[in-house]
Structures are given as C-alpha cells and as structure tokens.
Design a protein around this ligand. Structure first.
Ligand SMILES: [Zn+2]
Length: 264
C-alpha cells in the first residue's frame, strides 16, 4: 500500500474512530463477541521490536488498544519492550512458528510451543497466540504453523489460551484487511482504505485488520529502507515460488518415470 507511514496510520485510525467503529484487541473480541461494528486491530511483530514500541506509543496517543504478537527469535523477543507495551494497556501475545522451527515434526513442534509460551508467560500474561507465516523459509511440509492445533485439538484448552488468531476468528464473518505484500491487491493506498471505512459507515460489518509495524515508516530514511526491503522480499518470494514450482514438477516427472518403470 502507498502512504504506509505513521502519519497515514494516524489518519486511518482517526477515520475508524470517527466512523464509530469500536476497536478491539483479539482477546477482547473473543470475550465480547460483537455482531458488527467492530475493528479488531492486530500487529505481528516479525522483525523489529523497536518499531512495534513506536507504533504502540502512537496508538496510545490516539487513545486506542490493539494486540501485538511477538516472535520468539533473538531480534524480536525483547522482554523490556513486551513489558512496556503491555504496561501501556495493550494485549501482547506469542507469534509462534514452532512447526517451521521443528521442520514439520508435530510432537517436537508442540513441545517447543509449550516451552516458548512458558518463557513469554514469565514476562507477560498471554491469552491468545497467532501463527507466523514464513513464505521464505524452506518448509519440510506443505501446511501452516497453526496445524499443530489440528494435530492436538486440546492444545488451546491445555495451555489456557482463549484464542488462536486465525483459527478462532471465523464467526461472525469478518472483512480481513492486511498490509502483507501478497494481500495488498484490494487497497493500493492507505487513502483508499480510509475511503472504504468512510463508505461502510453503517457498521453492518466488522473488520479484522493486520498491520506489521515494520512495514510502516516513520521518517524519510525509514520509508526508503522499508521500500527497499519490500522489493527484495517480493523478488525473493517470487524466486522461491518459481523454484518450488519447478522442484514440484520435476518431482512429479520423477514419480511418473518411477511408476512407468515399475509398471514394466
Ligand atoms: Zn508473522
């Protein structure tokens, strides 16, 4: 999206408030279960904890609360930042990727999930979790990190969690909006998104908005850095997709060849 800056973000939040939508954290939404007129505001902290703190301060100034999900990796897992954001009144959750980290081994991934969750809970209370989707990492399976909840349907209850941010959010229907590079087709700019909010002033619907703090710039240099990273990431993703497609088709050819050979 164009205009992904802190000032663009302020304009967006101001419009949401003006349009009389109620902004929820993920946990608040699960508890209140509003039928419409809700905006669930979620932030996945993928690469830069400091930028998350800056965005939280901006939101605090605008008088709103949201949910920040932190990954459990050295450059993101920052106890003092997580505590600060929590103390400002925000929800802080665990952005897990244990199936990726365990190369698709489900029992290992579930144990790691429990261990990492425990580390988070030594610092802040965690009520909800959210799967990280890493398109760049070479996966040893074709599913998503949240598949651990299908493998162990009791995991949410066992870990005293109220929600998984993808799996628990289906009803009532939500309009999903994200700043992820692969999901920007619907809105080319922040202004276009603001226009959508203005038009939907009747509040017959609810929105589920995901914004990555690292993709919102707060200065000229930051803006340039983000654009460069986006271009590199976009091209890398495309190249990987192409590579995987080629690998899959050559795998198919090899399987067919094997079948033909075994048929004779
Ligand atoms: Zn993520």
């Amino acid at each position: 999206m164009k205009e992904q800056t802190f000032s663009g973000y302020s304009k967006l939040i101001t419009e949401i408030i003006k349009s009389r939508y109620k902004i929820y954290t993920v946990d608040e939404y699960i508890n209140d279960k509003p039928q419409n007129g809700a905006v669930i505001l979620r932030h996945d902290v993928d690469v830069n904890a400091q930028q998350a703190l800056k965005l939280a301060r901006l939101e605090k100034g605008l008088g709103i609360k949201s949910t920040y999900y932190f990954r459990c990796i050295p450059k993101v897992y920052n106890e003092s930042i997580m505590k600060s954001i929590r103390e400002m009144g925000f929800e802080v959750g665990y952005h897990y990727e244990t199936l990726d980290k365990s190369y698709g081994d489900f029992p290992k991934a579930i144990q790691l999930f429990k261990d990492e969750l425990q580390s988070f809970r030594k610092v802040i209370p965690v009520k909800t979790v959210c799967a990280h989707g890493n398109v760049v990492r070479n996966k040893h399976y074709s599913g998503s990190n949240y598949d651990i909840f299908q493998f162990d349907p009791n995991l949410l209850v066992e870990c005293s969690l109220s929600a998984e941010a993808y799996l628990t959010m289906h009803a009532p229907p939500l309009v999903y909006i994200s700043d992820s590079i692969e999901r920007t087709k619907n809105f080319r700019s922040v202004d276009e998104l603001i226009g959508e909010i203005e038009l939907s002033d009747n509040k017959d619907m609810s929105y589920y908005m995901l914004f990555h703090p690292c993709l919102w710039a707060n200065g000229t240099i930051n803006s340039f850095q983000i654009s460069t990273k986006k271009i590199i990431y976009h091209n890398l993703t495309k190249a990987l997709e192409l590579f995987r497609k080629k690998a899959r088709s050559s795998q198919k050819i090899r399987t067919k060849e094997k079948q033909c050979t075994s048929d004779f």
